[in-house]
Design a protein. Structure first.
Lengths: 116, 113
């Protein structure tokens, strides 16, 4: 299967700890997105990359959050000094701009973060 | 500005009955509209999308949706519900030229045997 993959699938951490999540997009996709989904809500956009460039960040992405896509392939999302309010499902999606598919976003299975 | 409203956070239907999940959108420019399905502890799977071609869009698993500009709606339907349709359904909008999706709050579909 060559879909979007995320690691880990589940992460439990204590308040104040740092966590890092990884996303591997579909190999030929040049865009990569991060979304956050809290219980009972739809996903909310956090940020996106075109190749290695981070082109847009939501106001939801506080200073404690940082995302990278150093080689234009996989991406990491780091949360520093986690808070209980960070508990959510973090979803990654990828798309191909400039090809067929109308920039359709394909989602990974998500990383569920629980902050105790 | 873009937004999506999904009426009904929970919908229950009997197996074999019509499924109707409602979605209304707001967009200042012509939108692209999407329906995604999410099964427990999984990511989102695209059911169908409207991209300014035909207003009646057919998707996977027998679902379809009709874009009605006059009503700013994009309701999802399926003639006959199956037990495997039980899941959370999300409507999403992306304005033409924009990059990210705006999602509704979701509708949880329960199928009663």
């Amino acid at each position: 299967d060559t879909g979007v993959s995320q690691d880990p699938r589940h992460k439990i951490t204590k308040r104040g700890q740092n966590v890092t999540f990884r996303c591997d997009p579909i190999s030929e996709h040049n865009r990569l997105y991060w979304y956050r989904q809290t219980l009972g809500q739809g996903p909310e956009f956090l940020t996106y990359f075109q190749n290695e460039a981070q082109l847009e960040k939501s106001r939801l992405l506080s200073d404690r959050f940082s995302a990278e896509r150093p080689k234009g392939s996989f991406s990491t999302l780091e949360i520093q000094r986690t808070e209980q309010g960070d508990s959510a499902m973090y979803l990654c999606a990828s798309s191909l701009v400039g090809g067929v598919g109308d920039n359709e976003q394909f989602f990974g299975p998500g990383t569920r973060l629980t902050v105790l | 500005a873009q937004s999506v409203t999904q009426l009904g956070s929970h919908v229950s239907v009997s197996e074999g009955a019509l499924v109707l999940l409602r979605c209304n959108y707001s967009s200042s420019v012509p939108p692209y509209l999407f329906w995604y399905v999410q099964y427990p502890n999984q990511g989102l799977q695209l059911l169908l999308k409207y991209t300014s071609a035909a207003t009646l869009v057919k998707g996977i698993n027998g679902f379809e949706a009709e874009f009605k500009k006059s009503e700013t709606s994009f309701h999802l339907t399926k003639p006959s519900a199956h037990m495997s349709d039980a899941a959370e359904y999300f409507c999403a909008v992306r304005a033409s030229g924009a990059n990210n999706l705006f999602f509704g709050t979701g509708t949880r579909l329960t199928v009663i045997p």
